[in-house]
Write a protein that binds this ligand. Structure first.
Ligand code: SF4
Length: 421
């Protein structure tokens, strides 16, 4: 059986092969061909700063690649692919945490490159090639000239041009799922928050929203999108903001105003689902779909990661149950960290959770975080039982909760069209 070998990145960014060393994954488990798929279109190979590449010699001995030769390398996957293993590396002591990316293990074989991942959805709407930079710049300019006072447009122009955010960009391309950020504040303190970090040496990759849009600003961008866009979804709750539920009154007013103008498209919220009573007001106002964020079905793991302020995991479950009972399409944004969420206790708890709240969809999201930032802040892995592997986790979900779809992003569901109020 051919042995996948080590890849590393030279100081000037060139990817090199080291066929004399077997590639390893986090925890120094040798990579095998059954773990790997060819690098998918749209992947980025990223140097891991101050992380030395390590491999295994034919005699089983561990070998560190000298710093002068280069650094460890990882793949950053396009949406539509779920990472199954993290890369192995040796951290240079007293160096900075890694930037918030979803590092995936890579290897080489017969001159081709591979990654530890699974294809779990159709990536065509999220592929970088459908977000032409030149077209985006033109459309942003046109929209900003047409709506010079609208701060939602200004915010998402920033997100589209500076972070290449697909849902922000769709506002300007007038198609598919579009972002509407509304909340500067949050009632959780997620270890991996991408818009706000408390600890000095942890730098969030995005700036947190600084204003609360008016109902008029929201309606001005939402209604034309719902009316005209292909498979239109308007989504509250984006990476650049806090928790949208902190602005539930504003969102409820906006949904009512939107539905007074159009029955078309889908109104969705991506939320930590922390307050069932506030969410109930949005269900009553006409919200169509809820995507609740979680890293686990187990309260201990959930609480350790989200560090909730004034709510508990039971509130999250209650929110999802009420959504199901109100006829909404419900999903979870399952933060995926291989080696933790695929452990026996976590798999059991996740299945029980999914059965209890009654979901339509599980969205798998590669968690963007430095393993050595996350793991010391989470319950001991040993207490979670054996790691079964992400593939086994997905197969177990498909077997145990077969009516629940598994993918990577929200669906343009067919909502029951009601006449404008
Ligand atoms: S719920 Fe969202 S905004 Fe709040 S801390 Fe977590 S990731 Fe950040």
């Amino acid at each position: 059986m051919p042995v996948p070998y080590l890849l590393y990145c030279t100081p000037d960014g060139e990817i090199r092969e080291e066929p004399r060393l077997q590639a390893l994954s986090f925890g120094e488990r040798p990579l095998e061909m059954r773990d790997l798929i060819p690098l998918p279109d749209g992947v980025t190979l990223s140097m891991m700063p101050d992380r030395l590449a390590i491999g295994r010699k034919r005699n089983g001995e561990r070998q560190v690649v000298a710093q002068t030769r280069g650094w460890a390398v990882a793949a950053l996957l396009p949406i539509g692919y779920t990472r199954t293993l993290l890369p192995a590396y040796e951290k240079v002591p007293d160096t900075e945490p890694l930037p918030f990316f979803g590092y995936s293990a890579v290897a080489g074989l017969q001159g081709r490159f591979y990654v530890a991942a699974l294809k779990t959805d159709n990536p065509h709407k999220w592929h970088p090639r459908v977000f032409s930079r030149r077209a985006l710049e033109q459309r942003v300019h046109e929209k900003q000239v047409a709506f010079p006072q609208n701060r939602v447009i200004a915010q998402h122009a920033h997100c589209a041009l500076d972070y290449s955010c697909p849902t922000a960009s769709n506002l300007f391309f007038e198609r598919w799922e579009m972002a509407i950020a509304v909340s500067p504040g949050c009632n959780a303190r997620c270890i991996g928050c991408i818009s706000k970090q408390e600890e000095e040496d942890l730098i969030s990759p995005q700036d947190r929203l600084t204003f609360i849009p008016t109902v008029e600003e929201i309606v001005e961008v939402a209604v034309p999108h719902l009316e005209q866009a292909e498979e239109a979804i308007v989504s509250f709750g984006q990476g650049c903001e806090g928790e949208p539920l902190m602005q539930w009154r504003r969102i409820a007013q906006a949904i009512t105003a939107i539905r007074a103008k159009t029955p078309k498209g889908v109104i969705n919220i991506n939320s930590n689902a922390s307050n069932p009573r506030w969410l109930q007001r949005l269900y009553d106002a006409g919200l169509d779909t809820l995507r609740a964020s979680t890293i686990s079905g187990h309260p201990e793991t959930y609480t350790a990661y989200y560090r909730p302020i004034g709510y508990t995991f039971d509130d999250v479950k209650e929110s999802l149950k009420r959504a199901r009972d109100a006829g909404l399409y419900t999903s979870i944004n399952l933060l995926c960290f291989p080696g933790m969420i695929d452990r026996e206790r976590e798999v059991e708890a996740l299945i029980a959770f999914v059965r209890e709240v009654g979901l339509n969809l599980i969205q798998l999201r590669n968690l963007n975080i430095d393993p050595e930032v996350l793991l010391p802040r989470m319950p001991a892995l040993a207490a979670m039982g054996k790691a079964l592997g992400m593939k086994t986790l997905i197969e177990t979900l498909q077997r145990e909760v077969p009516t629940v779809a598994i993918g990577n992003f929200s669906r343009p569901i067919q909502r029951v069209q009601q006449a404008p109020i």
